[in-house]
Write a protein that binds this ligand. Structure first.
Ligand SMILES: NC(=O)c1ccc[n+]([C@@H]2O[C@H](COP(=O)([O-])OP(=O)(O)OC[C@H]3O[C@@H](n4cnc5c(N)ncnc54)[C@H](OP(=O)(O)O)[C@@H]3O)[C@@H](O)[C@H]2O)c1
Length: 253
C-alpha cells in the first residue's frame, strides 16, 4: 500500500494546461490503431451520478469539466444514451479552431461526431445538437423503431437500426467502427455504460470523484452485472479536492 498524498502535504494541483490534460488521456497511436472506448463519468463519494436536480453538472466542477472537454478534443465519436441527451440538454458538437488543425494533422474529421443510442427516438430533432453540430449526428436504434419517429429522425441525422430489438454494445460499436470511428468517448449515462461494461467492451474508465454526498435518489438504477470487471489505475489528477482518475481495463494493456 502506498500513500500518494495526505492533507498535511503541500496541496497538490493539476497545474496542467488544457493541452497537458488532453495529452494525459492518450488515444492509441494512430487513427488506424484498434478501437479504444473510454467512459467519462463523475461520481460523488456516495456513488451518485447526478445531484438532487438530476444533473451531473451539480456534482461536477470547473476542473472536471476541463478534463471532460479535453478528452473530447481528439475523439472520433462522443457516444451517449438518449437519457443523458434529454436530461443534460446536449448542445452542438464542434471543435475549436486550433483543434480542427490538430485533428486534420491526425487524420480526424473536423469535429467528433455525436452518436446517440435511443430505442424510443424521443429526441428533439430540431435542437441545436442536430442542426448546428459540425458533423451530422448518428442515432443508433433497435429493430422496428416507431415509423413516424424514424422518418423524422432520418431528416436530421444518420439513423441506423440494429437487427436486435435493443442495440447491444457490440452492435453500437460496430456501427461506429464501420464508419471509421474508433476513438470513442462514452459520456454516459449509467444505462449505456452498463451495456458496455457487461459486454466487456470498455477499455478505459475516466472517473472523477466529486468531494460531496448527494444521495442516489436521482441516479438511475442499473441491473447487477454477472461478474466484477477489473481496471488498473493509470493516473490521478487532482484540484479543488476533486480526483480525476484514469483507469484502464486490466487486460487492455
Ligand atoms: N455522472 C455522470 O457522469 C453522468 C453522465 C451521464 C449522465 N448522467 C446522468 O444520468 C442520468 C441519465 O441516466 P440514464 O441511465 O437514463 O442515461 P443513458 O444511458 O444516457 O440513457 C438511457 C436511455 O438511452 C437509451 N439506451 C441506452 N442504452 C441503450 C441500449 N443498449 N439500447 C437501446 N437504448 C439504449 C434508451 O433511450 P430511449 O429511452 O430513448 O429508448 C435509454 O432509455 C441523468 O440524470 C444524467 O444527468 C450522469
Amino acid at each position: 500500500m502506498d500513500l500518494i498524498w495526505s492533507s498535511g502535504d503541500a496541496a497538490p494541483s493539476t497545474g496542467l494546461s488544457d493541452d497537458d490534460v488532453r495529452d494525459a488521456y492518450p488515444w492509441p497511436g494512430s487513427t488506424s490503431a484498434r478501437r479504444w472506448v473510454r467512459a467519462m463519468m463523475v461520481t460523488t463519494l456516495d456513488g451518485a451520478a447526478a445531484g438532487p436536480d438530476g444533473l451531473s453538472g451539480s456534482i461536477s466542477s470547473s476542473v472536471d469539466k476541463a478534463v471532460f472537454h479535453a478528452v473530447r478534443r481528439l475523439a472520433d465519436a462522443v457516444l451517449v444514451g438518449a437519457g443523458t441527451v434529454r436530461a443534460e440538454g446536449y448542445g452542438p458538437i464542434r471543435a475549436a479552431a486550433a483543434d480542427v488543425t490538430a485533428r486534420a494533422e491526425a487524420g480526424l474529421a473536423p469535429a467528433p461526431v455525436l452518436a446517440i443510442v435511443s430505442g424510443s427516438l424521443d429526441l428533439d430533432f430540431t435542437g441545436g445538437l442536430f442542426t448546428e453540430s459540425t458533423v451530422r449526428p448518428i442515432v443508433i436504434t433497435g429493430a422496428a423503431p416507431d415509423p413516424d419517429r424514424a422518418a423524422l429522425a432520418h431528416e436530421h441525422c444518420d439513423l441506423v437500426a440494429t437487427s436486435e430489438p435493443r442495440p447491444s454494445a457490440a452492435s453500437i460499436l460496430a456501427i461506429l467502427e464501420d464508419r471509421g470511428l474508433r476513438r470513442v468517448v462514452c459520456e454516459g449515462g449509467p444505462t449505456l455504460l452498463e451495456s458496455l461494461v457487461a459486454e466487456g467492451l470498455l477499455d478505459e474508465a475516466d472517473i472523477t470523484v466529486s468531494p460531496t454526498f448527494a444521495g442516489t435518489g436521482s441516479t438511475p438504477r442499473t441491473s447487477g452485472l454477472e461478474s466484477v470487471a477489473g481496471f488498473e489505475l493509470a493516473h490521478v489528477l487532482t484540484a479543488d479536492s476533486f480526483l480525476m482518475c484514469r483507469y484502464v481495463r486490466a487486460a487492455a494493456g
